[in-house]
Design a protein around this ligand. Structure first.
Ligand SMILES: NC(=O)C1=CN([C@@H]2O[C@H](COP(=O)(O)OP(=O)(O)OC[C@H]3O[C@@H](n4cnc5c(N)ncnc54)[C@H](O)[C@@H]3O)[C@@H](O)[C@H]2O)C=CC1
Ligand SMILES: O=C(O)[C@@H]1CCC=N1
Length: 279
């Protein structure tokens, strides 16, 4: 149960803001149960606390005792600094939930306290409006009650999938980075729409509604995407011409390579970490 639990974000960038927005909007917890903190930019803390009615606190103002769930939301390169700076202040039964790409639970467990409860999470920025596709993989000491609390919290920012940690890289390639592929697609749709007589706003709305409609069809209809595609495609019609161009220019392969490239980068981040040390 999340009632009366306090959640502290360490890191106040785009991903923290997207999650805070979704959590506050869903009213899963009260606003004063959410704290945001960062390394140095106090203006950003004031901005977020004013915008979402949450508590912004500098690192030295944080009362670690009152926090139940810490959400690590800084860049992967900052992980060592953060783990060493919080180790002395947190207890093993407080949950460390990390959204950092490529940082394994074992890496965090080995650098925090014995039996530290950690959960690796991969959300995306659609958390902002409660539409993230979020994965979570609990660490080896994390109790079921804390897994359930974290799941409830993450439900407030969208759909949640509990996956094997080995699947985190590919999940990151599809869903963590995924929104960017669709935004990139839209940038091209806007551009071609504008070049052919639509204004940018019109092209954006038309393109976004088309993506939204296709996404809803895939969520609600039983047919596989291939079947849905065939229903759009008349023999020798406009769609066939469009798809042929897409194939000729490597559209399908480009999508596969984008997902694989992001997944590979997630794996590389893990591999480049210092080897796990024995405490
Ligand atoms: N942006 C995205 O779409 C997604 C990002 N992520 C992960 O979220 C994390 C953050 O990404 P962004 O928000 O995009 O980055 P960002 O650069 O916008 O924000 C990073 C934040 O961390 C803070 N920070 C740095 N060192 C710190 C420390 N020692 N203690 C406390 N705060 C510290 C910075 O002040 C800044 O507020 C990354 O690890 C990324 O892999 C995961 C899923 C999606
Ligand atoms: O680009 C990144 O590394 C982060 C992780 C997933 C989405 N953004």
């Amino acid at each position: 149960m999340l009632a009366n639990k306090t959640i502290a974000f360490l890191g106040a960038g785009s991903m923290a803001e997207a999650m805070i927005s979704g959590i506050v909007e869903s009213k899963t917890v009260r606003n004063d149960q959410v704290i945001v903190s960062n390394r140095c930019n106090e203006d950003r803390l004031i901005e977020l606390s004013n915008r979402y009615g949450i508590r912004g606190q500098k690192r030295d103002e944080l009362n670690f005792e009152e926090v139940d769930i810490f959400v690590l939301a800084m860049k992967p390169k900052d992980i060592d600094n953060v783990l060493s700076s919080i180790k002395g202040d947190i207890r093993a039964d407080q949950v460390v939930l990390s959204v950092l790409a490529g940082i394994p639970t074992a890496y965090m467990e080995d650098r925090l306290n014995d039996n530290q409860q950690v959960i690796r999470v991969m959300p995306n920025t659609s958390s902002m409006i409660g539409e993230s596709a979020t994965a979570m993989s609990p660490g080896k000491h994390t109790g079921m009650d804390n897994v359930m609390d974290a799941k409830e919290l993450l439900k407030s920012i969208g759909e949640v999938y509990i996956i094997e940690e080995a699947q985190m890289d590919i999940f990151t390639g599809i869903a963590g980075s995924g929104p960017a592929y669709f935004y990139y697609l839209m940038e091209h749709i806007e551009k071609v729409g504008k070049e052919n007589g639509l204004d940018i706003e019109q092209a954006r709305k038309i393109g976004a509604q088309t993506i939204l409609g296709a996404a809803k069809m895939m969520m609600t209809q039983e047919e596989a995407p291939e079947e849905l595609r065939k229903k759009v495609t008349s023999p020798n019609g406009t769609t066939q011409a469009g798809l042929e161009a897409l194939k000729e220019y490597g559209g399908g392969e480009a999508i596969s390579q984008a997902v694989k490239g992001a997944a590979k980068r997630s794996k590389e981040i893990s591999e480049k970490l210092e080897k796990v040390t024995i405490k």
